[in-house]
Design a protein around this ligand. Structure first.
Ligand code: UDP
Length: 398
């Protein structure tokens, strides 16, 4: 175990040991970053791998621990059918390390499925309550039945509380047999102040630095992965031959082994003659200014989004948003009022929504303003952190 900044936490509420299996910067980790930073005086984040998430936690003054015992768990995939003996002993070794660390804390808060399994085993040694923050839709097309079966069993019988990041996520847990779990739906919150702090001059400077000039710019934010549908946006660009000035920026990178899809997307843009109009920016940590720099935010996921932070962020940034229906995305937007909504895998529908937004700037401004007001009411940290704290307190009292 490598510890950084560990000392006895100050106690002004339940002390929380957060556990995550990855240190890549996915949406679940960015969500945890804000929760852990808020509770930093009485929390530690234990990570089953080292990576950029740890650096971001450090910057925010959150104590971190990397569990070296978990190294071999990284090889167990979410679609794995049967856990082998290696996986079982890695879970046990990691769980013991978590239990030792957990002695000084009141709650084990698992932020991912692997972390949840480890936390539940630790709870047997440490006799601590477990809260699972569920950030995934338990879909048998994505996760193996054995993984879902274990999750559901543990959610029903070991977790004292589950936080689901949308109704869609909660419903999928119930539909797979998790009806006994005590679930609180808490949407992700975003720090609105960071978006409000971006000035027009900063947004214009970013556009200039990217060579975007005054052309209409679409922004697609999110990690590059087949189900995030970057291909849908690129194909929609090819259909916009009547608007050859329109540009697309793709912000994000392959985070969990989808490098070949990322390479395919660059090849697709080139093959469709869009090399000069589609800009791949890679992973960026200045999303707020980039969102303020684009004219329209597009979201193209081909499978239901468990939540869809990028949609809420685009609304907070005051951009007109075109979101793909399904899962949490359909809970975030009210179609036609706070955003445009299209069906998945439909480049033609996306192209026509883009045409409509660009042709009607007054309506685009009105929808963006309604979206921002709604996001301020539902998806800011001021709204969601108290809900998360309540779930933590209830889990400790259970
Ligand atoms: N993001 C980022 N830099 C990038 C691309 C994305 O910081 O280059 C952030 C984005 O702002 C959002 C998160 O990654 O907060 C993605 O969360 P979302 O719920 O949209 O998708 P997930 O990765 O959880 O499937």
């Amino acid at each position: 175990m490598r510890r950084r900044g560990l000392c006895a936490p100050l106690v002004t509420g339940p002390r929380v040991l957060f556990l995550d299996h990855t240190a890549a910067l996915g949406g679940a980790e960015l969500c945890l970053l804000d929760v852990a930073a808020h509770l930093r005086d009485r929390a530690v984040v234990a990570l089953m791998a080292d990576g950029p998430f740890r650096a971001r936690l450090d910057e925010r003054g959150v104590r971190t621990v990397v569990l070296e015992e978990a190294a071999s768990l990284q090889r167990v995939k979410r679609e794995s059918r049967m856990p082998g003996p290696g996986a079982v002993s890695a879970v046990l070794g990691t769980a013991r390390a978590v239990a030792r660390l957990g002695k000084d804390y009141d709650l084990l808060y698992a932020n991912s499925q692997k972390a949840f399994i480890v936390a539940c085993v630790s709870a047997v040694f440490a006799r601590k309550p477990v809260l699972w923050h569920l950030h995934d839709i338990l879909d048998p097309d994505v996760f193996s039945r054995i993984n879902i079966g274990i999750d559901v069993l543990l959610a029903n019988h070991v977790a004292t509380r589950v936080i689901a990041n949308s109704q869609a996520t909660a419903n999928a847990l119930r539909a797979r047999g998790g009806a006994r779990a005590r679930v609180d739906v808490v949407y992700n919150g975003v720090d609105a102040a960071v978006y409000d702090a971006v000035t027009d001059a900063e947004a214009l400077a970013v556009r200039a630095s990217l060579g975007l000039g005054s052309a209409p710019v679409l922004g697609l934010f999110g990690r590059i992965a087949p189900w995030k549908g970057q291909d849908v946006a690129i194909r929609a660009m090819a259909l916009l031959s009547d608007r050859p000035e329109v540009q697309l920026v793709i912000v994000g990178d392959a985070l969990f082994g989808e490098e070949s899809y990322a390479a395919e997307m660059r090849a697709l843009a080139a093959e469709l003659g869009l090399g000069a109009r589609v800009h791949f920016l890679g992973f960026r940590s200045d999303v707020p200014v980039l969102m303020r720099a684009v004219d329209v935010l597009v979201h193209t996921s081909t499978a239901p989004e468990p939540f869809g932070r990028v949609i809420a962020e685009g609304m907070l940034a005051g951009r007109p948003v075109i979101a793909t229906a399904g899962g949490g995305a359909s809970e975030i937007v009210t179609a036609g009022e706070t955003a445009w909504q299209i069906q998945p895998r439909d480049p033609a529908a996306l192209a026509s929504a883009i045409r409509e937004v660009l042709a009607n700037p007054a309506r685009a401004r009105a929808v963006a303003a309604a979206g921002r007001a709604d996001a301020l009411a539902r998806f800011t940290l001021g709204v969601t952190l108290p809900q998360t704290e309540r779930a933590i307190e209830q889990a400790v009292r259970a």
